[in-house]
Each structure stands twice: as structure tokens, then as C-alpha cells.
Design a protein around this ligand. Structure first.
Ligand code: PLP
Length: 393
């Protein structure tokens, strides 16, 4: 038995079984490159599902984690902490002035869960409106906002008073948001739902209607945040002023971390109403601070805008009857196929050593680390061109 088989067999025997696995064992990463247990290199165009925006094992983050690990890793929010205090201050500086407060947690689903609870608490209302094809996580609250039935069905009944409207449909929005609505939750680009961008009109209408009817606007930027779309946060592409912004994935520079950034308009949240043992732990906070520093110092947001424009233009120039549409913003790109995407992902990985993602069954999703260099991007485009322009997959 090779080592690789041994790891795969161990996981097959002992992990819960809820994940479909790809048949390689990744053991190391650097920048936009991942290595398997045989030393084979792969170009990473998935970033661990949108996490590794600054690349894998960035030395600045590695050093921050090592130093903090030797200083203090655990400090619940019942106590003040230097790293947490600085992270909260640095995070809100990335937002307009009316965002001054942050709730820290450990994942995207937890950020969404917190925002949903805060919205109910702040408004005294119960109804939550979400969008079809939206994905917000898998705990009961977040799952209730998530749309796809295969995530939801096995766990019915979910939390009451959630409804879904078609994405980008202003008329349905008008009818769905009422004086009973606590919040609308929406992604600026639906990441799991096929890389579908919201229209400016829909987002503006969402904000106006929510404001008129006293409902709060929750933007789920778990996948779109931290430079991914060519702005620090995707809502900056539009003139929006949400009430809550949910963050996770790239926030912790590779460490598990989530956050809700809160608009002052929401008002104070009562002490003791929500919490998390690990939320705001110094280790994750130190990693997040280092990651924010890298994004700023390496000008990754501007670079992403430039590389994303180039990538989208290149992909749109591929002449293939297999491609229905290329969508996206920055380095968050979806290639919608007229057929299933799985064989293409396999081929990319096995024959070309490129790791890409799916989004649903027929969208090939690219979320490369924002530090991907031009030569790597050119390799990605040339490979995709060769795969899609050849007569059969
Ligand atoms: N919200 C969005 C938009 C996401 O894309 C995801 C995960 O893909 C989540 C929430 C859930 O995040 P996590 O998997 O960290 O719980």
C-alpha cells in the first residue's frame, strides 16, 4: 500500500462520510501552489474554497501565527485582549464610518447565524427573506436561508419564517419585504449558486425597500470579501450601506474565523445574547491582522481587479460550443457549461495539475489565490482553451 492510499483509506474508514473526496492527498502549500504526498505540484485555482486569498502559508502570516502561538492562543471574550482589540479596530477601518462594531466567530455559517439572530433581536420581528440559489451555510439558521433543496431536505423542519425570492427580481422583493420582515440576506455574487452577480438595480432596490419597511439588510460577503472581486468588499462596487456584513473564509489568513461587521444604525445588542468560546481568540486575530497587512502591502485588491479583467476577457474569447456563459468579477469567475462540469475538473487535476472548483453541477468555478502570478494565469487560460476548444472532453 502506498502512503497516499494509506491516508485515503484512513479517511475513508474514519471520517464521518459527509464529503465527496478527490483522490489526492494534499500535504503542503506555498503561494498558489499545492503539493501532494508524492511531491506533485498543483496550481491552486480554488484557494481551499475561497480562503487562501493571500496564498498558502504566506510568511507574514506564518510568522504572526508562530509568535502568537508562543504568546497566548486562548482568551475568551469575557476578557480583553490586545490582538482582538487591534483586529476589531483595523477591520472597521476598512468599512464606511458608520460601521464601528464587530462580532467575531469561527466560520461563515456562524457569521450568518449571528447576523440572523442580531436582526431578529434588533427588530423584534421574525421573518427572514433570502434568495433562490443563495448559500449561507449549514447550521439550522444559516441552512434555513440557504436555498438548494439537497442541503435542506434531510433536516426538515428548519427554522420557521424564512422565505426565498428569485435573485435579481425587484417585483418579488417588493412583495416579500413587509413590516414583519427582520432582514433580507443576500450575496453580492452567488458563490455556490453558480457565480451569479446581483444587478445594481436589485441591490439598490433591496436597500431602499428594507429601509422603508424597517427591515435590516444583511450582506453575505463570506466568499466575496477581502479583495476577491477586485474591491476589498464586493458591496463597494455599488453604493450600498448595509446593516450587517458577514465575513469569513479569507478573513483569518488560513485560520478558521468569521465576523459580522455591524452598522451603528442597528443600535446596541444586549449583553449575553450571543457568544462563542473560540470567537475572537488571539491566534486567529493575529493571523487575520497579518493577512490584512499582506493584502494592503502587496496591493492585492488592485492587482485582483486587473488580473480579473484580463482573465474574464481571455475566458470569454474561448470559442467553444461547450460553454454557455462566462461570469464573474475580479478573481471570482464561473464558466457555465452546457454539460456536467465534473469530468472537466477531473481532467484539469489529473492531466494538467490544476485544481478548480464546481459551483452546482455545470459551472466551473475559479477562485485562485489573489497572489497568482501572470505566468500561472496564462497557464490556466491556455489549459482551459485547449480543453474547451478540442473536439471532445
Ligand atoms: N456564506 C457564503 C456566501 C458561503 O459561500 C459559505 C461557504 O461556502 C458560507 C456562508 C458558509 O461558510 P462556512 O463554510 O465557513 O461555514
Amino acid at each position: 500500500m502506498t502512503e497516499q492510499q494509506a491516508f485515503a483509506d484512513l479517511e475513508a474508514a474514519h471520517s464521518a462520510g459527509v464529503y465527496a473526496k478527490r483522490p489526492i492527498t494534499l500535504v503542503r502549500g506555498s503561494g498558489a501552489t499545492l503539493y501532494d504526498d508524492h511531491g506533485q505540484a498543483y496550481l491552486d485555482c480554488g484557494s481551499g474554497i475561497g480562503v487562501a486569498n493571500i496564498g498558502h502559508c504566506h510568511p507574514t502570516v506564518v510568522q504572526a501565527i508562530a509568535e502568537q502561538a508562543a504568546t497566548l492562543t486562548v482568551c475568551p471574550e469575557a476578557f480583553h485582549n490586545d490582538q482582538r482589540a487591534l483586529l476589531q479596530a483595523e477591520l472597521v477601518q476598512l468599512f464606511p464610518a458608520e460601521f464601528q462594531r464587530v462580532f467575531l466567530c469561527n466560520s461563515g455559517t456562524e457569521a450568518v447565524e449571528a447576523a440572523l439572530k442580531f436582526a431578529r433581536m434588533a427588530t423584534g420581528r421574525t421573518a427572514i427573506v433570502a434568495t433562490m440559489r443563495g448559500f449561507h451555510g449549514r447550521t439550522f439558521g444559516a441552512l434555513s436561508a440557504t436555498w438548494e433543496s439537497h442541503y435542506r431536505e434531510p433536516f426538515m423542519p428548519l427554522v420557521p419564517d424564512f422565505s426565498h425570492i428569485p435573485y435579481n427580481n425587484i417585483e418579488r422583493l417588493q412583495n416579500a419585504i413587509t413590516e414583519q420582515t427582520a432582514a433580507l440576506i443576500v450575496e453580492i455574487i452567488q458563490g455556490e449558486g453558480g457565480i451569479r452577480p446581483a444587478t445594481a438595480e436589485f441591490l439598490q432596490a433591496a436597500q431602499t425597500i428594507c429601509r422603508e419597511r424597517g427591515a435590516l439588510l444583511i450582506l453575505d460577503e463570506v466568499q466575496t470579501g477581502f479583495g476577491r472581486t477586485g474591491r476589498m468588499f464586493a458591496f463597494e462596487h455599488f453604493d450600498l450601506e448595509p446593516d450587517f456584513v458577514c465575513l469569513a473564509k479569507a478573513l483569518g489568513g488560513g485560520m478558521p474565523m468569521g465576523a459580522v461587521v455591524i452598522n451603528q444604525r442597528v443600535g446596541a445588542l444586549a449583553t449575553g445574547t450571543h457568544g462563542s468560546t473560540f470567537g475572537g481568540n488571539p491566534l486567529a486575530c493575529a493571523a487575520a491582522r497579518a493577512s490584512l497587512r499582506v493584502i494592503r502591502e502587496e496591493q492585492l485588491v488592485d492587482q485582483t481587479a486587473e488580473k480579473g479583467d484580463w482573465l474574464l476577457a481571455q475566458l470569454r474569447s474561448i470559442n467553444s460550443p461547450k460553454i454557455r456563459e462566462v461570469r464573474g468579477l475580479g478573481l471570482m469567475v464561473g464558466i457555465e457549461l452546457k454539460e456536467k462540469v465534473a469530468p472537466y475538473l477531473q481532467k484539469l487535476m489529473n492531466q494538467h495539475q490544476i485544481i478548480a472548483l464546481n459551483s452546482g453541477s455545470n459551472v466551473l468555478r475559479l477562485l485562485p489565490p489573489l497572489v497568482i502570478n501572470w505566468a500561472e494565469l496564462e497557464r490556466l487560460v491556455a489549459t482551459l482553451r485547449s480543453i474547451f476548444e478540442e473536439p471532445s472532453a
